[in-house]
Design a protein around this ligand. Sequence first.
Ligand code: 5GP
Ligand code: ZN
Length: 114
Amino acid sequence: MSDCIFCKIAAGEIPAEKVYEDDQVVGFRDLNPQAPVHVLLIPRRHITTLNDLTEADEALVGHLFRVAARIAADEGLAERGYRTVMNCNAEGGQTVFHIHLHLLGGRQMTWPPG
Ligand code: 5GP
Ligand code: ZN
């Protein structure tokens, strides 16, 4: 999608501190980190919200989570623990409308989330 900031990051058209890339997904550090480690994992293909996923995307979403776990391990978080979050629409707190899995870690997470 031409005016989507995360499509532009995936395409390398705007800069981001990328920590992972393959043919399906890209991982990069959040511009406004909410924890010592805050990485966003996105599919290269534009998908607006969690509501727009189809059965054909199930492998892609599984891959997003497996990559998140791999990055968490690389960042030394596997045993300590970490959190993965995907926000959906207004009440979910979504502000960028290209799906992204947040990987947060390096501090104690609290529950319930804000
Ligand atoms: P959401 O609120 O949609 O779940 O998360 C969007 C996230 O994207 C926020 O944590 C925000 O800091 C991050 N973000 C927004 N714009 C940019 C950007 O241009 N670059 C990077 N690296 N992160 C961004
Ligand atoms: Zn997009």
